[in-house]
Design a protein around this ligand. Structure first.
Ligand code: FE
Length: 198
């Protein structure tokens, strides 16, 4: 099999296309954030409870660092969908998003740690580390708590999660944090592969 036929016509992509259509209908209704998170979270939970649709080209790990592949961008940038591919033991820095985000684990498992800023300005854990398994979804937003760190729960295999954000997340100017609360500006970008669903 050559490289093209291994990523091209893939019936599984229909599952993602259906998710995009359903999510766009939800966004068209302009729900309040809590309703968007609840209903969008159920759509995403359904998507990530079936691991039969993500083409291998968008599931490739990198031994150096986690990769973010753009799967879909709404034409008006009302939402974007990204696959996060974790190599063995890889983790994000502590960071924020500055928009709502839904994170659903598709394969493997993730460690999710949430943080808050204490009155002195330091960044502190908001609770125990949670392990998130396939089919499960977490939410972030400036209202719900926007600062977290995510890691591959495994040091011997790849994990993958599917993220939906309320913006073209690869272009959002946001920040990473050290424990003192010092912010460092960051723009994540995307791995340079054509968007999966143009
Ligand atoms: Fe994040």
């Amino acid at each position: 099999m050559n490289a093209v036929s291994s990523i091209a016509p893939d019936l599984g992509i229909q599952r993602l296309a259906d998710f995009v259509a359903d999510f766009a209908l939800l966004i068209d209704e302009r729900p309040v954030e809590s309703a968007l998170i609840a209903r969008g979270g159920r759509l995403l939970a359904d998507l990530v409870s079936h691991d039969d649709w993500l083409p291998q080209a968008y599931a490739e790990p990198d031994p150096e660092r986690y990769r973010q592949y753009l799967l879909y961008l709404d034409p008006r940038a009302r939402f974007s969908i990204v696959s996060f591919v974790w190599g063995r033991g890889q983790a994000t820095p502590v960071h924020d998003h500055r928009t709502w985000g839904l994170i659903g684990v598709l394969r493997g498992a993730e460690f999710s740690e949430r943080f808050f800023r204490d009155p002195e300005g330091a960044i502190r854990p908001a609770g125990p580390v949670r392990t998130v398994y396939p089919g499960e979804v977490e939410a972030v937003s400036p209202r719900l708590g926007d600062i977290h760190r995510v890691a591959n729960a495994y040091d011997d295999r790849v994990s993958i999660s599917i993220h939906v954000y309320g913006a073209d997340i690869g272009k959002v100017e946001r920040a990473t944090y050290d424990r003192s609360g010092q912010e460092k500006p960051f723009v994540s970008g995307y791995y340079p592969l054509p968007v999966l669903i143009p």
